[in-house]
Design a protein around this ligand. Structure first.
Ligand SMILES: NC(=O)c1ccc[n+]([C@@H]2O[C@H](COP(=O)([O-])OP(=O)(O)OC[C@H]3O[C@@H](n4cnc5c(N)ncnc54)[C@H](O)[C@@H]3O)[C@@H](O)[C@H]2O)c1
Length: 267
């Protein structure tokens, strides 16, 4: 359902070739935005843009390069004249017991999950300031409140994203640049399907700590990302919003079974 809430806006979505980023790009286009999907996956990225339709295009980039990020922002701004929305969605997980963690893996996760969003914020933020404002949405993680063991690189970089959001939310509000973050819970994208397949994650265990009792949908994150990109959220600054079906309440495993068994309506 389109309300044209983002009509006339130009949105850059990193990691938009698939998963959550793709869902956000699709939603933005449905709401009237011009969408640029920036991703390292060329085939999937091109296909994603095609699937979204004429409002979307694909920009091929490895976000590990600061130079490439600034070039991308320059080119997009030159082409469209403004960049109104930036979504930092590209990310990797690389689960691994910490005693086995290599410097190479740590560097890779820091480069993609932490440094790239800082650079995209700089590269796009300078244009947003010049053009009168914008909205930045960083994709954090439920892991910044709930711990998954074996995820030190992921957890610490997503924690940094929360603080980046608070820092820039406070620093750039005077430029009318609104910076917020979404911390999703469990969404069945490739990032979650792969560890489910290999047994690192277990579906029943995940659901046992989910008050809502199910995985989330990409569309549910995209709806929130649309709200945060639109003017409906203009008084929300520097916030990390959890879209996780209540996982971060810290409910005990299977705790709802007691409620289910004892809260039956009287006949
Ligand atoms: N799926 C979940 O349950 C979940 C939960 C919390 C947070 N997140 C976050 O949501 C975001 C999207 O993840 P997803 O679940 O859609 O996973 P995904 O693996 O399907 O998508 C990640 C995207 O980032 C891109 N990417 C990775 N490295 C890149 C690089 N160097 N340069 C450019 N693009 C690169 C990938 O190509 C891919 O398209 C990530 O930041 C992830 O941490 C996901």
């Amino acid at each position: 359902m389109s309300h044209n809430r983002l009509k006339g806006k130009v949105a850059l979505v990193t990691g938009g070739a698939r998963g959550i980023g793709f869902g956000i790009g699709k939603k933005y286009a449905e709401e009237g935005a011009t969408v640029i999907i920036a991703d390292v996956l060329e085939e999937e990225g091109a296909r994603a843009a095609e699937e979204i339709g004429p409002a979307a295009s694909f920009y091929s980039i490895d976000l590990r390069s600061r130079k490439a990020i600034f070039e991308m922002a320059d080119k997009i701004h030159e082409q469209y004249g403004h960049i109104d929305i930036l979504v930092n969605c590209a990310g990797i997980a690389r689960p691994c017991p910490t005693l086995k963690l290599s410097e190479e893996t740590l560097d890779e996760v820091i480069d993609i999950n932490m440094k790239a969003p800082v650079f995209t914020c700089q590269a796009v933020g300078r244009y947003m300031r010049k053009d009168g404002g914008g909205s930045i949405i960083n994709i954090s993680s439920g892991n910044t409140r709930m711990i998954n063991v074996g995820r030190v690189p992921y957890g610490i970089t997503k924690g940094a994203i929360n603080l980046l959001t608070q820092q820039l939310g406070a620093e750039w509000a005077i430029y009318n640049i609104k910076v917020n973050a979404i911390a999703p819970g469990w969404i069945r994208t490739e990032m979650v399907e792969r560890p489910l397949r290999t047994g690192i994650l277990n579906e029943e265990e995940i659901l046992s700590v989910s008050p809502i009792g199910r995985f989330g949908r990409v569309e549910e994150v995209a709806n929130l990302a649309c709200f945060l990109a639109s003017e409906e959220s203009n008084y929300i600054v520097g916030q990390i919003i959890f879209a996780d079906g209540g996982w971060n309440t810290g409910i005990m495993p299977n705790a709802l079974n007691y409620i289910r068994e004892n809260d039956k309506e009287e006949e």
